[in-house]
Design a protein around this ligand. Structure first.
Ligand code: PEP
Ligand code: MG
Length: 602
C-alpha cells in the first residue's frame, strides 16, 4: 500500500478542458481550426493585449498622444463654427471638460501600468466604470451624461487607431466579436483571420459578403459570444453546418483537420474548364460577372469564368484610404479595376455610404441610417463629393469600359438630379480638353418604389443592377444586419420573387441589361428560381462562381420555368422553399453538394 506522502507526489493529471459544442448560423462556407482572439467594442473595435513590463511606458506615451489628439479635435470643433451646429457646441464643451478632468488621465495610465494592458483596454474599462456610476445617479439630467461618456470613449479609441492599429493577427486566429464591422475586417488584410464567430450580423451584411469573398469560414448568431471563450482557446468553426466547437477533443480535431484541409484544397483549386460560353442545358446563354472591389479579386474570378465586373462597391475606397478618397486616388482605383475587367467592362456604383462615414465627427448620428441620408441622397446633399467622383469616373473611362451605377434610387428624381451633376462635370472637362470616356448610366434597383416604377426608370437609364440584399430588406422591412430578425429575412418571400420577376421582365421588354448582383445571385440554392424568372446576367463573388455555373450548366431553362409556375401559386416563403427544395432533390440533386440542405443559402 502506498504511503500518503507518496500518493501526494503523484503529479495531478493535466486538466483537460471539456469539449463544448454550440450551434450558430453558417454565413460563410468552410471549416477551420484556430485560436480564439477576442475582439471588444462595437463601433470602434479593439483587443485586450497583455503587455510586458518593458512595454508599459511606451503604451502610456501612446495614450497621451491620443488624448492630446482628441482634445485638439474638440477644440477645433468648438472654434470652427462652420462645422458645428449651435446646440453641438455645448456638447463638445462638456466632452472637453470631461476629457481634461484631472482625475481621468491618471486613472487610465494607472490601469495601463498596474494591469499591464493596452491603452484601448484601459480606456474602455475606466470609461465603463464612469458610465456605470452615471447610470445609477437619480438625477435624470446627470444620468444622461453616460451617453456622452460613450462618445468620449469612442473618440479616444479612434485616436488610438482602431483594432488593427495595435495588433498583427497571428496565423490561425479566429476572431470572436459581438459584431464585426467590414472596416475592422479590412484592417486585417495584412493577415486575414482564419475564421469568424459573431453574435450579430446577417447573411447579407457586408462583413459576411467580404468573408465569403476572401474565403473565411464564418458563423453568426452565437449569443454572448465573447463571454463563452477565453483568449487562446482552440476553436473549430464549421461554416457548412453552423457549428462551433470549443476545446475540441482528439476525435473532433481529427475530423475537422480533414475537413479544413479539404476546404483549403477547394478554396485554392483551379476551376473546371470555362472555355465555352456558359449556357443552360437547353442552350440559353447566361453571363456570370464578379462582385469585386479589388483588381486581384476580379482576376481570380476570371479564372472561374467571370465576364467583367458586375458590381464594384466604390465605398471600399474609404477603407483603403482611411477616409474620403481624393480625385487622384479614385481615378487610379477606377482605372485599375476597369483594366482588370477589360472588354467585359466594370459597373462602378457611386459611394453607398451613410452620413456617419462621411462625417467623422459624427455630430449628426442618424436614428435609422438605412433609411437616412445615404448613397445617392448623400451625394446630392454634398455635391462637392459627388462631383469629384463623377470627374474621376469620366476621366478613368477614357478608353475603358465603365458603367456608372446610381445606388438607392427610389424614382426618377434622383436619376435626373444625378444626370444634371454628371452633365455639368462632363461639359467642364470637355471645355478643359480633358480626355474622358462615355460611360453608360445605370440604376441600382433595390427599393420597392423603384420596382413599381421600373418601366419609367428603364426609359431614363442604359442598364439596371438588381440589389436583392436591400430589396429584401426594404420590401419586407427587415434590417439585414439585425440578428434578432434574421429569420424574417426571407429571400423567397412571394413579394420578393414577384418583384425580381417584374424587374427582369421589364428590362427584357425594354431590351436593357439587368444584372442581378445581390447575394441571391451567388447562392446556387436560388439559381433555379433566378433562371426560371428569366435572369441571364448574374454577378457574385469569385468563390460562388463554380458552384453556380455547375447548376446553370446542368439545368434546362424550361424545367426552371416549370418550377416557377408552381412557385407562382405559393402563398408563403415556406411553401416556396418546400417547392424549390423538392425540385432540387428530385431533378437536380446531382448538381448540389451532399450537405446542401443545411447550408442552403451559402
Ligand atoms: C444589394 O443591396 O443587393 C447590393 C448588391 O448592394 P449592397 O449589398 O452593397 O447594399
Ligand atoms: Mg444595396
Amino acid at each position: 500500500m502506498m504511503s500518503n506522502s507518496s500518493q501526494q507526489r503523484v503529479p495531478a493529471p493535466p486538466r483537460i478542458k471539456p469539449e463544448i459544442r454550440l450551434r450558430a448560423r453558417a454565413v460563410s462556407r468552410g471549416a477551420t481550426i484556430g485560436r480564439a482572439v477576442l475582439l471588444h467594442g462595437a463601433r470602434i473595435q479593439f483587443f485586450r493585449i497583455d503587455l510586458k513590463e518593458t512595454e508599459v511606458a511606451a503604451e502610456i506615451a501612446r495614450f497621451r498622444v491620443a488624448l492630446d489628439r482628441s482634445l485638439r479635435q474638440l477644440s477645433r470643433l468648438l472654434n470652427d463654427g462652420k462645422g458645428v451646429a449651435h446646440s453641438a457646441e455645448g456638447i463638445f464643451d462638456t466632452h472637453r471638460l470631461i476629457l481634461s478632468d484631472a482625475a481621468l488621465a491618471p486613472k487610465i495610465e494607472a490601469s495601463i501600468a498596474t494591469q499591464r494592458v493596452n491603452a484601448e483596454w484601459a480606456v474602455k474599462s475606466v470609461m465603463d466604470s464612469y458610465s456605470t456610476r452615471y447610470k445609477s445617479i437619480a438625477d435624470e439630467h446627470l444620468r444622461e451624461r453616460y451617453i456622452d461618456l460613450d462618445d468620449i470613449s469612442d473618440r479616444l479609441l479612434r485616436a488610438l487607431g482602431g483594432a488593427a492599429g495595435t495588433v498583427e493577427l497571428e496565423k490561425g486566429s479566429i476572431i470572436i466579436a459581438k459584431e464585426l464591422t467590414p472596416s475592422t475586417l479590412m484592417e486585417f488584410s495584412r493577415r486575414w483571420p482564419t475564421g469568424l464567430i459573431t453574435e450579430h450580423g446577417g447573411w447579407t451584411s457586408h462583413t459576411f459578403i467580404l468573408a465569403r469573398e476572401i474565403n473565411i469560414p464564418a458563423v453568426t448568431g452565437l449569443k454572448k459570444a465573447i463571454q463563452r471563450f477565453s483568449s487562446g482557446d482552440t476553436v473549430v468553426v464549421d461554416g457548412y453546418n453552423g457549428l462551433v466547437v470549443i476545446n475540441p477533443n482528439d476525435e473532433t480535431l481529427a475530423k475537422y483537420r480533414v475537413a479544413a484541409a479539404q476546404f483549403q484544397e477547394v478554396a485554392t483549386d483551379d476551376p473546371t474548364s470555362t472555355d465555352s460560353p456558359l449556357k443552360t442545358l437547353d442552350g440559353r446563354r447566361v453571363v456570370i460577372r464578379s462582385n469585386s472591389d479589388l483588381p486581384q479579386y476580379h482576376k481570380r474570378a476570371m479564372r472561374f469564368g467571370a465576364e467583367g465586373v458586375g458590381l464594384y462597391r466604390s465605398e471600399i475606397l474609404f477603407n483603403h484610404f482611411k477616409g474620403h478618397p481624393t480625385e487622384v486616388q479614385q481615378f487610379n482605383a477606377y482605372k485599375e479595376i476597369a483594366d482588370a475587367a477589360g472588354d467585359d467592362g466594370v459597373r462602378i456604383r457611386t459611394f453607398d455610404i451613410g452620413l456617419s462615414q462621411l462625417n467623422e465627427n459624427d455630430t449628426d448620428r442618424e436614428r435609422n441610417p438605412a433609411l437616412g441620408l445615404r448613397a445617392i441622397r448623400l451625394g446630392l446633399a454634398y455635391p462637392k463629393y459627388l462631383r469629384t467622383q463623377i470627374r474621376s469616373l469620366l476621366r478613368a473611362s477614357a478608353g475603358r469600359k465603365i458603367d456608372i451605377i446610381i445606388p438607392m434610387v427610389s424614382g426618377l428624381a434622383e436619376i435626373r438630379a444625378f444626370k444634371a451633376e454628371y452633365d455639368r462635370e462632363r461639359i467642364a472637362l470637355i471645355e478643359k480638353k480633358t480626355e474622358i470616356g462615355d460611360p453608360r448610366i445605370g440604376a441600382m434597383i433595390e427599393i420597392p418604389s423603384s420596382v413599381l416604377l421600373i418601366r419609367s426608370i428603364l426609359k431614363e437609364v442604359d442598364l439596371i443592377c438588381l440589389g436583392t440584399n436591400d430589396l429584401v430588406q426594404y420590401l419586407t422591412a427587415v434590417d439585414r444586419d439585425n440578428e434578432s430578425v434574421a429569420s424574417w429575412f426571407r429571400t423567397l418571400h412571394p413579394a420578393v420573387i414577384q418583384a425580381v420577376g417584374t424587374v427582369i421582365s421589364a428590362a427584357a421588354d425594354a431590351g436593357k441589361q439587368a444584372v442581378v448582383c445581390g447575394e441571391m445571385a451567388g447562392s446556387p440554392f436560388y439559381t433555379p428560381i433566378l433562371i426560371g424568372l428569366g435572369a441571364t446576367d448574374l454577378s457574385m463573388n469569385a468563390n460562388s462562381i463554380s458552384r453556380v455555373r455547375r447548376v446553370i450548366a446542368g439545368l434546362a431553362f424550361d424545367e426552371a420555368r416549370e418550377l416557377m409556375k408552381k412557385v407562382e401559386e405559393c402563398k408563403t416563403s415556406e411553401d416556396i422553399e418546400t417547392e424549390l427544395t423538392s425540385a432540387i432533390l428530385s431533378r437536380w440533386q446531382h448538381l448540389y453538394p451532399a450537405n446542401f440542405r443545411r447550408s442552403r443559402k451559402i
